[in-house]
Ligand binder design. Structure first.
Ligand code: URA
Length: 231
């Protein structure tokens, strides 16, 4: 049970101070009846706001099709991935963040959640959630790259531990797929640059059991997901 004013602010509808006004205008109901006071207590799952259940009452977990050109950051200059999301999500008291990052010039599947433990677990190197990337290069991908990436011996410039084994599929001279089990800075671009095939187009097409293709999202669109898929 939570106070109504705490529910409204916790889930990003308005500030605790503004909650009294929402209650007074009859916007908050319980069992079909307007709630009388912002200090009344209720189960958030039973409350209706403007006739609708509290949004993402058990936590916000969505898959977003990240478009090109926006940055996965709360504070950098230019267009941010958070500009694509409803302000109400950003007002939730549990901060909303992306699960890892995609570069500004990478598109594709990006998870967004307000559950710090979920975000942490999925980005932890221990979790090894497979991430599949589709890419195009400006030079042919050498056939030897398949064995090198699979070997677990590729050492990227400036690093002291080699990349975990990764699966490379060459689909055309300058096009392929790479499955990673970790997420280092600019990893796909750096791995392919290391074998002389600079990446010019990059998109993440799957994370664990989620495939962007199945979600049918246009760039900028999102859909709620079940966090249990990653348990
Ligand atoms: N590897 C990259 O180089 N960029 C991304 O955005 C993700 C993986």
């Amino acid at each position: 049970m939570m106070r109504i004013d705490a529910i409204l602010s916790r889930y990003g509808y308005c500030s605790r101070r503004e909650a009294a006004g929402w209650v007074k205008r009859g916007r908050v109901t319980l069992g079909g009846e307007p709630v009388r006071s912002a200090s009344a207590k209720a189960d958030p799952a039973a409350v209706r706001i403007d006739g609708r259940p509290v949004e993402f009452v058990n936590g916000l977990y969505v898959a977003l099709h990240k478009p090109l050109g926006c940055t996965c950051s709360h504070k950098e200059e230019g267009e941010l991935v958070y500009d694509l999301l409803p302000q109400q999500w950003l007002n939730r008291s549990n901060g909303v963040s992306t699960v890892g990052r995609l570069d500004k010039e990478t598109s594709g599947l990006l998870l967004v959640a307000d559950d710090g433990a979920f975000v942490h677990a999925l980005t932890s190197p221990k979790k090894h959630v497979p991430k599949v990337y589709e890419f195009e290069t400006s030079a042919p991908i050498p056939a030897e790259a398949v064995a090198l990436f699979a070997s677990g011996e590729l050492l990227l410039e400036g690093e002291t531990t080699p990349c975990l084994p990764a699966e490379l599929q060459i689909e055309a001279p300058c096009r392929g797929r790479l499955t990673l089990h970790e997420g280092r800075y600019h990893q796909v671009r750096r791995m392919l640059a290391a074998v002389g095939a600079p990446v010019v187009v990059l998109s993440r097409i799957a994370m664990g059991p989620l495939r962007l293709q199945d979600l049918q999202l246009a760039p900028g669109e999102w859909v709620e997901i079940d966090p249990g898929l990653f348990a």
